[in-house]
Design a protein around this ligand. Structure first.
Ligand code: FHN
Length: 594
């Protein structure tokens, strides 16, 4: 005979397997709104908000001192920490204001911390007494109020739930167990069945439609105390109670697993590559996620724009966090930033919502980013740095735009002239940028043909051939920028090639930026189609990275490799080779016209 629990588990597994069968289709439909939304609000609000980054007059301890970690960092007892609930100023708290603020910022969803690592439920849970209503004595259920306000303002609502770490439950995960010894699997299962699962059930039952469950374990389950079946149980519960609810990858299962709808990247981590499946970056507007009265690291508005647009250009979204105070106030620094972004999105939202990227080389353009709306076939150029010579150089679009317009702040458009030469487009701009952060140019396309291989033309002209835009490279060691040296390729006898479109005939010069770590000269060859230029690179030394600190680093000098006459404009393959099987650290080749 199976026990009741075992039969329940079997039943849940059966539900999961049914769901897996339909997964591809269901997942696509479920995530449609999320991929359209692109921008959401994260709210970290809990007892820690009332500590404001201070405990008994002492600031947060240790590195990575997030205000919401104060209970753990400053070693506060569960009971004393619970007293913070008394500081909440209930007659000022109004979650609807948060929803209105998110709307004004152009955000399409809100994720609120229903239970953070401190284990305190923000709602009136029936699972134990450790909840904000019980600890504060208030009858208010802010999660309910949030759910109502979101419905009223047509805002999607997601729940953050810390399923792994819970400092209030003796058998949940707590990082100090790395020193004191782990709870046993049996004990952890007790936490899971008696607290986490019933609380998830409450959240999924009592608050109407929930758009997503946002879990927060930043290691894969195999490295954690979780058993796969436990996470599967959570998935089955969510699918059973809220079939349209999305689940993020920090549940502990990978995004390509059967159960996860979208990937959550690391905190404040922005992708370097185009990612096909749905994904987002959770990011803070400052340093801490929860409110800290000691906060000094407010991100600039330009930085927030770069993060949002950068992610959309790589097919992702951005969930920007704010930490309201224990009286519900959103810090002024957050409000000013959110309002600026909101104003911008109201005018230029068509370049963000429902947009993706073109899939060109990463950081293709040094003036900004490109987004693309597949429904309208419009390409949007986001200009963060207005070119001094008022020519915007766009590389990789080979079909002809029907029309190119600069979107003006007042809602009007200004048509721009352009010339297209193969994959290189020059757009002639007016003298002044239209927006202080990010001016938008719209390309109306009837066809979309791209050359995803071509190396981009740089601002002011010229082509920088680097590791990132190489066409072929095999068996090369790539060193990323390490804060001192640029990112570079270690090349021996191997060949690296790039695809370059020479826009006109004439003489071009080739400069090689590299570090020769050998004691003697080495020979290099740069070939453009059938023509080859050979030159010598002398040994390099060091350079003082930081004066007066004995801080030296390898020097990467620019050398003229030679001049080359290009007879006919068009595509050419550029090859680079080092002689004598010697090592060379190649940073970039620069090709430009005299
Ligand atoms: O430790 C938490 C942190 O407090 C915050 O909630 C973030 C949000 O992504 N998640 C954890 C760290 O990754």
């Amino acid at each position: 005979m199976l026990s009741t629990k075992a039969s329940l588990n079997l039943f849940l597994c059966f539900i999961v397997s049914l769901l897996i069968g339909n997964r591809a289709h269901a997942q696509t439909q479920r995530t449609d709104w999320f991929e359209e939304a692109r921008f959401g609000m994260f709210i970290h609000w809990g007892l820690y908000s009332a500590a404001e980054g201070l405990w008994k007059g002492e600031k947060l301890r240790y590195l990575n001192n997030y205000a919401e970690w104060i209970r753990y960092r400053n070693r506060i007892s569960k009971e004393e920490y619970g007293e913070l609930a008394k500081r909440f100023v209930w007659d000022e708290i109004d979650p609807e204001e948060w929803v209105i603020q998110a709307k004004e910022a152009g955000m399409k969803y809100i994720i609120i911390t229903t239970k953070h690592h401190d284990g305190v439920a923000l709602w009136d849970t029936k699972v134990g007494n450790y909840s904000l209503p019980k600890l504060s004595g208030s009858k208010r259920d802010v999660i309910k109020e949030m759910a109502e306000a979101c419905r009223k303002h047509d805002m999607k609502l997601g729940f953050y739930y810390s399923h792994w770490i819970d400092w209030a439950h003796p058998y949940a995960w707590d990082h100090n167990q790395e020193l004191t010894g782990h709870v046993s699997d049996k004990e952890f299962e007790k936490y899971w069945q008696e607290k986490a699962i019933p609380q998830l059930r409450e959240l999924l039952t009592n608050y109407g439609d929930i758009a997503m469950m946002w879990f927060d374990m930043w290691i894969p389950y195999q490295e954690s105390i979780f058993k796969k079946e436990q996470l599967e149980q959570a998935v089955a519960l969510i699918r059973e109670l809220q079939p349209r609810c999305l689940i993020n990858s920090r549940l502990g299962l990978p995004t390509d697993a059967e159960y996860v709808d979208f990937q959550t990247l690391g905190d404040n981590v922005f992708s370097a590559d185009y990612i096909e499946h749905p994904w987002e970056t959770p990011g803070t507007i400052a340093h801490s996620w929860g409110y800290s009265g000691q906060e000094t690291e407010w991100k600039s508005i330009s930085q927030l724009f770069e993060s949002l647009i950068g992610n959309v250009s790589l097919n992702g979204g951005y969930t920007l966090n704010i930490g309201p105070r224990a009286n519900g106030d959103i810090p002024y620094e957050s409000i000013t930033r959110l309002n600026e972004i909101g104003k911008w999105l109201e005018r230029y939202g068509e370049s963000v919502y429902g947009n993706t990227g073109l899939g060109l080389k990463v950081d293709q353009h040094d003036w900004g980013k490109t987004t693309y709306d597949p429904k309208t076939k419009n390409i949007y150029l986001h200009i963060f740095n207005w070119p001094l010579d008022n020519i915007l150089r766009v590389s990789g679009i080979t079909s002809a735009p029907k029309k190119i317009e600069l979107l003006l702040n007042d809602g009007n458009m200004k048509e721009l002239t352009f010339v297209q030469n193969g994959p290189l487009l020059h757009i002639f701009l007016p003298k002044l940028a239209t927006d202080p952060y990010n001016s938008i140019i719209r390309l109306s396309m009837s066809e979309l043909d791209l050359d995803k291989e071509v190396a981009a033309e740089s601002t002011f002209g010229g082509f920088a051939l680097r590791n990132e835009n190489a066409l072929h490279k095999e068996n090369l060691t790539v060193q990323k920028y390490d804060g001192k040296n640029p990112s570079f390729i270690i090349t021996k006898n191997e060949k690296i090639t790039w695809k370059v479109y020479f826009p006109e005939k004439g003489e071009y010069f080739l400069d090689v930026s590299a570090h020769n770590p050998n004691k003697e000269n080495i020979e290099i060859e740069v070939s453009i189609d059938e023509k080859t230029i050979k030159s010598q690179v002398e040994p390099d030394g060091k350079v003082v990275a930081e004066p007066n600190e004995n801080n030296y680093t390898e020097e990467f000098r620019d050398r003229r490799a030679g001049l080359l006459y290009i007879q006919k404009l068009g595509y050419k393959t550029v090859r680079f080779k080092v002689g004598d099987n010697k090592e060379l650290w190649l940073n970039r080749i620069w090709i430009a016209k005299e």
